[in-house]
Design a protein around this ligand. Structure first.
Ligand SMILES: [Zn+2]
Length: 106
């Protein structure tokens, strides 16, 4: 499920969340209009920074690179995941490693 960034239209000091907060929801769902915590109006923020990173990862993938980003001890997110590859690479599970033969064939 994608993670979205929402922003309170007006700052609400009573809300337990920051003015901007992350919210995970299915891509096909309507955007939230109210904050789930304080019910004040919110708008969905499209983060240009995030879009840029995504685009950059796609370019890397097109150029045949593999990019792994460490998310935990011995666990990496495969940002250039190709068909048949796992999203997360676990140092102790070789079956989750990127499939190089596939990259070479591409
Ligand atoms: Zn709120």
């Amino acid at each position: 499920m994608p993670l979205y960034i929402y922003r309170h239209v007006e700052e609400n000091p009573d809300c337990e969340r920051e003015r901007e907060f992350r919210w995970q929801q299915p891509a096909q769902d309507w955007p939230l209009t109210k904050c789930p915590w304080c019910e004040a109006p919110v708008t969905r923020v499209i983060s240009p920074a995030l879009l840029k990173i995504k685009k950059f990862d796609c370019e890397l993938k097109d150029q045949g690179f593999t990019k792994l980003v460490r998310v935990d001890e011995g666990v990496f997110e495969n940002r250039t995941r190709r068909k048949g590859e796992d999203k997360y690479v676990d140092r102790h599970r070789p079956e989750t490693f990127p499939i190089l033969e596939k990259t070479i064939k591409d």
